[in-house]
Design a protein around this ligand. Structure first.
Ligand SMILES: [Zn+2]
Length: 346
């Protein structure tokens, strides 16, 4: 089912994904500097002191060592089929806005922040990224150069700069990073669900959908399904809903559309379920991951001078206020529906 015909009256706040990867002091791209091992360890987790420390440093052979978290998710979270993950440039300000900081502080052991970089996952340039959400057991590498990638270790630099890449490449998640996230998601629900539904809230250029299709074609991830939304209509998108705070849309609406598109035979059951689509997926063994590569147009390092008060995450333009409100609205939805123990679990 395509939702492209839905009214999108206001495109002034066009939520294009960031077209420029941040550059500057702690740049996303390698400068050839000599990496300083261990520097990043203290920078790993800015969420809360109680939060389990993010990825432990990689061992000499490059594998990430697992470390026991001090906080474990409570039983109601383990039983929930619902998850969400945000993604944005690490050196930008998304992770520093109030709604994100409060979500991390209020949910130790339930919401986790991961810092990493694309060059660890097969890309020839270093885009440092942050993932924040409820998949708390992922094994992701620490960002380069604090934990230098193979290229930096061998050659002292990255073979490609972000500026050399086209928009589709710059804004695509590395397939191997998608694998780490999706495989971790599948592991979390192993043996408890029948199907996995990844709702791509800001699907951009469709990198997640491409990767899932590749995996399915190779015989893997047979139970993984995607539903791609983006305000921009592209060939892979199945809906073009505006997630801005002042619209009626939210991730729950996307879930309804996704269920209707994928399994229309259950449409009546979803509609009639006393707890709606969220209750239906819980009772019918469908794990749902809302993935939010939220637009970084006012958060990335090269956008900060224009959109944020110097040295802070405070917005100073209507676009920055819009983006903060949209993310606060998404976080409010997730707080009420995913981070709440009494809803949507049996
Ligand atoms: Zn690197």
């Amino acid at each position: 089912m395509r939702m492209n015909s839905m009214a999108l009256p206001d495109l002034s706040g066009l939520a294009l994904r960031c077209e420029s990867i941040g550059v500057g002091g702690k740049s996303d791209e390698g400068s050839g500097e000599i990496p300083r091992r261990g520097k990043g360890k203290q920078e790993q987790d800015t969420s809360t002191q109680e939060e389990p420390r993010d990825q432990t440093p990689a061992s000499a052979d490059g594998f990430v060592l697992k470390k026991r978290a001090r906080w474990n998710a409570p039983p109601w979270r383990a039983a929930s089929v619902l998850d969400f993950m945000f993604e944005n440039p690490l050196d930008g300000k998304f992770k520093d806005i109030l709604s994100v900081k409060q979500m991390l502080q209020n949910n130790p052991g339930i919401v986790r922040q991961y810092n990493t970089s694309y060059c660890h996952y097969g890309y020839s340039y270093r885009k440092r990224t942050v993932l924040i959400g409820t998949l708390t057991q992922l094994s992701l590498k620490c960002p380069c150069p604090e934990e230098p990638c193979r290229q930096l270790t061998l050659y002292g630099k990255h073979s490609k700069e972000v500026a050399e890449c086209g928009n589709a490449q710059k804004n695509s998640l590395p397939p191997l990073l998608i694998d780490a996230m999706v495989d971790g998601w599948i592991s979390r629900h192993a043996g408890r669900v029948e199907r996995f539904l990844l709702v791509d809230v800001f699907s951009g250029w469709g990198s997640i959908e491409r990767r899932v299709a590749e995996k399915k074609a190779s015989g893997q991830w047979q139970k993984v399904f995607t539903f791609a939304n983006d305000i921009v209509n592209r060939s892979h998108t199945q809906s073009n809903l505006d997630m801005s705070a002042n619209t009626p849309w939210n991730p729950g609406a996307l879930l309804v559309f996704a269920l209707n598109a994928l399994w229309p035979e259950h449409n009546a059951h979803v509609t009639e379920h006393p707890r709606g689509a969220l209750g239906w997926v819980q009772d019918n063994g469908v794990a749902v991951l809302f993935h939010c590569s939220t637009p970084c147009q006012t958060y990335s390092t090269n956008a900060l001078a224009t959109h944020r008060v110097a040295g802070t995450a405070d917005p100073k333009t209507p676009q920055a206020e819009h983006d903060d409100a949209m993310n606060a609205s998404l976080i409010d939805y997730f707080t009420r529906n995913v981070l709440h123990p009494t809803k949507h679990t049996k």
